[in-house]
Design a protein around this ligand. Structure first.
Ligand code: DAH
Length: 343
């Protein structure tokens, strides 16, 4: 066959080629554009062509070469598109979804919510205050003026460029926020995080959580406090729970007490966690000191009230038999996953 006809046949072949997949595309590349493509050898034939047809043959060859290259670029994108489409079809929209792993609530949050729930059933509303607190709300308003020895027991972190600001040491600071902005009757609980300058150990941490309680009205008595706390203990620790109040001291209450719940002495752990007494200390409480009421602009002749504050980690440790307080703050999933579905 004459060389012109052979090249024209190749041009026709290039025009017609329509590979639909990567394999066909590769075959096209090797045949028409690769280093050993079928057009190349014809360039060597140019010198064998009669002189007057040489130019035309050269042009024909160039046309074949360019056409092959253009077509290859075009085919590359159309094959890629076809591939995407067929992958999209392979995606089964009716298949059931991948399961989403369920998280767990944090044990501190679980216990905190239980406490909130118990008190909200008898009319206590939730109040909040800032964790970065001023000296007045945390100490002075709570009858703990500067240089008062009770401040030593609650050393904390101070803001370096403003020593009047600190990380609150207790949720009692929320009492001052509520009493300066609301009028009695006041009946609130204040859950939240608090900070102390403590050496971290299995039993102590520089951050933990408390729930504060405050009830101010005319004629609120110590008996009201005791009955409220007994109700709490029975809801939290079972209908047979017993409590006892031991005299204590807090600057912001007078008289002050610590409340223990009877835990029992059934096994060796009970001996250890109750120090052999069977009783567990749960919270501090007392009648709000008249100085605190006056500091916050409440008439202490007319109103009385009680307050209490309890630690949450301690109760969570008891409830879930967690032996090291640090576990609550390490965010180790192996620990946290154990509380899936916990109530
Ligand atoms: N704020 C105290 C503490 O962190 C706990 C406390 C004791 C709170 C007696 C009170 C209270 O409201 O009346 O140790």
């Amino acid at each position: 066959m004459d060389l012109f006809k052979q090249v024209e046949a190749l041009i026709a072949e290039i025009r017609e080629a329509q590979p639909t997949d990567a394999e066909g595309l590769e075959q096209f590349r090797r045949r028409f554009v690769g280093t050993k493509n079928v057009i190349k050898p014809f360039f060597a034939e140019i010198r064998n062509i009669e002189a007057d047809k040489r130019k035309a043959f050269g042009q024909l060859l160039n046309e074949a070469k360019q056409l092959a290259e253009q077509k290859f670029e075009m085919l590359k994108s159309s094959v890629a598109q076809a591939q995407e489409e067929s992958e999209a079809q392979a995606f089964d929209l009716t298949a059931p979804a991948e399961p989403i792993e369920l998280g767990a609530r944090h044990p501190v949050a679980i216990v905190m919510d239980r406490i909130i729930d118990i008190f909200s059933r008898i009319g206590f509303a939730v109040a909040e205050g800032p964790e970065i607190e001023d000296d007045w709300h945390n100490f002075t308003a709570m009858n703990t003026p500067e240089d008062h020895p009770a401040r030593d027991m609650q050393d904390t972190y101070y803001v370096m460029n403003d020593p009047g600001m600190l990380l609150r040491t207790h949720t009692s600071s929320v009492q001052a926020h509520v009493m300066t902005t609301q009028k009695p009757p006041i009946r609130i609980i204040a859950p939240g995080r608090v900070y102390r300058n403590e050496t971290i150990s299995a039993r102590a941490h520089c951050q933990f959580h408390q729930v504060e309680g405050l009830y101010i009205d005319e004629g609120v008595s110590f008996a009201d406090m005791k009955q409220t706390l007994l109700y709490f203990a029975r809801q939290m620790y079972g209908p047979d729970a017993r409590i006892r109040l031991r005299p204590s001291f807090f600057p912001f209450t007078e008289p002050s007490a610590e409340m223990d719940v009877y835990w029992g002495l059934k096994d060796e752990t009970d001996y250890r966690i109750t120090k052999g007494t069977g009783w567990l200390e749960i919270l501090g409480c007392g009648m709000v000191d008249p100085n605190v009421l006056e500091n916050c602009g409440i008439d202490s002749k007319r109103y009385t009230g009680f307050a209490f504050g309890m630690g949450i980690e301690r109760q969570a440790m008891l409830q879930y038999r967690v032996s090291d307080i640090r576990l609550f703050f390490e965010n180790d999933l192996r620990f946290l996953k154990q509380f899936r579905g916990a109530l």
